[in-house]
Write a protein that binds this ligand. Structure first.
Ligand code: ZN
Length: 142
């Protein structure tokens, strides 16, 4: 069985925009084994670029079957896995300047992590409209 590779955003993870280090199968491979039982057609199978964190940590071997549902699922997982870091308050430069260096470095590290999480949550693949169109752009096959 060959899968179509859909390049939605070139080399970036379709879920969060980080550099892709793997490919994600939509729907999950475990479903594909019995796809006809699930009312699916092979033309609905895609392979999309994904980062390790979204592909392995957020989605695992299962997850929802459609790309749209998987995007929502990953965003919820990112939000849940980073719930604590997302509650970090903002700090003014004056407040940061009053901290001793070790604590300041720790706070800045947390704020950088929070900014990274927020970037991933806000990411929307620019080429997603191609996926929803009548014919996705096919660049390769697996
Ligand atoms: Zn990702």
């Amino acid at each position: 069985m060959s899968f179509r590779y859909v390049s939605l955003c070139d080399r970036d993870c379709v879920y969060c925009g980080e550099p892709a280090t793997s490919v994600d199968h939509v729907p999950p491979r475990i479903i594909r084994k019995s796809y006809s039982l699930h009312g699916l057609n092979q033309k609905d199978f895609y392979v999309v670029p994904a980062c390790h964190d979204c592909n392995v940590r957020c989605l695992g071997a299962n997850g929802p079957w459609t790309l749209k549902e998987r995007i929502q699922f990953v965003k919820e997982r990112i939000r849940k896995l980073n719930a604590k870091i997302l509650t970090l308050p903002d700090w003014t430069p004056e407040e940061l300047g009053q901290l001793e260096p070790g604590l300041r470095a720790s706070v800045l590290s947390g704020l950088n992590h929070r900014a990274w999480v927020l970037r991933r949550l806000a990411f929307v693949p620019t080429k997603l409209t191609q996926f929803r169109g009548p014919k996705p752009r096919l660049t390769d096959s697996f």
